[in-house]
Unconditional design. Structure first.
Length: 579
């Protein structure tokens, strides 16, 4: 129901903007004041350094690790030596958290999961600057091999290693190859294909070495018994020339020939020969032999399957998705030469990456070079919407109010008005503030409780996004309530859920109060860039030290993250732990 409401609301707002096209004008964002921006960033770094000196005041290894990891990641480009010291301390705290006493105890298992997540987040932060250090951190925080843990925890450990291999592929191919071989030693993972493709973009030598290693392992497998090996091989063969050299690919086809021959599939078998069933199961591989090497496949022609199996069909969409997630805009566009029939999809993905990065000039170039008329029109229209300043005429504003009047529930009315104001952005600030004021009046009449506080927090963020100090006024009224709710939740620790660990708030976002605090953390930049000093001062009013430190940390990170973007529709916290 809520999802449908959001969809309708967006369509209404977009329609209003279309009807008010005459009021739109070319966006003319003022140039940032370099001196002011530099001064603001210096304030943020000073705050981070101050907070780093306060880490020792916390009793919880979880909070020290979480906050220390954030501090180190933010300070690296400013003070690499200090960042390395902080990461070393985080390593010690994570190792403490990973030493669970009772691996089958529910609370110990949850603690282990929390620290595994902290470990993964920290590795990802280090990877941005020093892949070798990230790998050393990974090894230094490995689980005790004698610790009996669930399959879920083991899979989580392996997932971290796999992610590490994928992320270092571009910068450190030898390390990626080493990790991929370790993954291969445990069995057949489809992630190996992704690691190969990431290596193959810039490091052909290491990619080929990985390919040959996989072929060698497949050569030792028994496809008649090992289903994992069989289906992995049927997918792996999608990596074919020119993606891999002919000689290496022929080695893979030779593996299929060897297996088929060892099972007698190259001979005419008697009807009662039990190997008939085996060869039937291997028929897809013999079809592959015939497909890619007709001369060698002639001896297996009787087993050729007529249906084109999907396993060995190269999947352009899958590769496009992988490159769009992990590669650059240029790497995405390079796929056009490989998959010309997918040009429209590839250009749309590249356009999306360029637009998200704020490179509108590149996004427009991608759109204009599209040979597909509808796709070109779609991209240019989307770019015009993003770049264009949106304002509301009196007529359009009246239409918005008419649509608003049809909404009966107070919370949905607030969401409608706030989302419309959010969409207007800074280009029509007076209209946006007018809508926010109307939304605020509605929240004041709502029944006190979770929905009212949540919506007030969202409005405070939006006011600050529009550089209006009513956002701070709302927060000033909410801070005493939030402190009371935190204290009440702490008293319920262990009864309703676990809010504390080692006597401190655990930042995992559990419960309504935890979700509210995490929403503030996720969106701290809106307060920080409205009035940094005032935001820091206000954050100091949190009564719990650990919450105050995290709040101020997120304010500093909000500044360092750069210019603000409109809040996501609904402006709610996505749920989960503060990263």
């Amino acid at each position: 129901m809520r999802k449908n409401f959001f969809t309708i609301m967006v369509l209404i707002v977009l329609a209003l903007c279309v009807h008010s096209a005459r009021a739109q004008q070319k966006s003319s964002t003022p140039k940032a004041d370099d001196a002011a921006e530099k001064a603001l960033r210096e304030k943020a770094y000073d705050l981070l350094e101050t907070l780093a000196g306060q880490l020792g005041t916390m009793q919880s290894p979880e909070n020290r690790a979480r906050i220390g990891s954030n501090l180190a990641g933010s300070l690296w480009t400013h003070d690499e030596t200090r960042a390395r010291e902080l990461f070393a301390a985080v390593q010690q705290d994570i190792n403490v958290g990973l030493q669970v006493a009772e691996p089958e105890d529910r609370e110990d298992v949850e603690t282990l999961k929390v620290f595994m997540r902290l470990r993964s987040d920290t590795i990802n932060r280090i990877l941005k600057y020093d892949p070798e250090l990230a790998y050393e951190f990974f090894k230094a925080t490995a689980l005790n091999p004698d610790l009996k843990v669930s399959d879920e925890v083991k899979m989580g450990e392996q997932a971290v290693e796999t992610q590490l291999a994928k992320q270092v592929a571009a910068a450190n191919p030898e390390l990626a190859l080493r990790l991929a071989r370790k993954i291969l030693s445990r069995g057949y993972s489809d992630e190996l294909r992704k690691i190969f493709r990431q290596l193959n973009r810039k490091h052909k030598e290491q990619a080929t070495a990985l390919y040959k290693g996989i072929v060698e392992k497949l050569g030792e497998a028994d496809f008649t018994q090992d289903w994992n090996a069989k289906y992995f091989a049927m997918n792996f063969v999608s990596i074919a020339p020119p993606e891999i050299d002919e000689a290496s690919f022929n080695e893979l086809i030779s593996v299929f020939i060897k297996i088929a021959t060892e099972n007698g599939c190259h001979r005419k078998l008697a009807e009662d020969d039990p190997r008939n069933e085996t060869c039937t199961g291997l028929a897809p591989f013999m079809t592959l032999i015939t497909k890619f090497s007709p001369s060698r496949g002639a001896q297996f022609s009787r087993w050729k399957v007529e249906t084109e199996y999907q396993y060995w069909q190269s999947s352009p969409s899958s590769e496009i998705e992988d490159v769009a997630l992990d590669g650059t805009v240029e790497e995405v566009l390079a796929l056009v030469a490989k998959y010309p029939q997918q040009e429209a999809e590839i250009r749309l993905r590249a356009f999306g990456k360029a637009r998200y990065d704020g490179d509108f000039e590149l996004a427009r170039k991608i759109a204009n070079e599209s040979s597909e008329a509808d796709g070109k029109q779609q991209m240019l229209a989307e770019l015009a919407t993003v770049e264009g300043a949106t304002s509301l005429t009196e007529e359009a504003l009246a239409q918005l109010q008419k649509n608003f009047a049809e909404i009966k529930q107070a919370d949905q009315q607030v969401i409608f008005l706030a989302s419309a104001a959010n969409y207007l952005g800074p280009n029509d600030r007076p209209a946006a503030i007018k809508l926010l004021n109307q939304a605020r009046q509605i929240t004041d009449t709502m029944r006190p409780g979770r929905d009212q506080i949540g919506l007030q927090l969202g409005l405070a963020m939006l006011y600050c996004y529009h550089k209006n100090d009513r956002g701070f006024a709302i927060m000033q009224s909410l801070l005493p309530k939030l402190n009371e709710l935190v204290e009440a939740s702490a008293k319920l620790d262990g009864i309703e859920r676990r809010y504390l660990r080692d006597g401190e708030w655990n930042m995992t976002g559990d419960g309504v109060v935890g979700s509210m605090l995490n929403a503030l953390a996720d969106n701290a930049g809106y307060f920080a860039r409205c009035d940094f000093d005032r935001a820091v001062s206000m954050a100091s009013q949190f009564e719990r030290t650990e919450i105050r430190i995290m709040a101020q940390l997120k304010l500093a990170q909000g500044v360092l993250a750069g210019p603000l973007k409109p809040l996501p529709l609904g402006y709610g916290h996505r749920g989960g732990t503060i990263e």
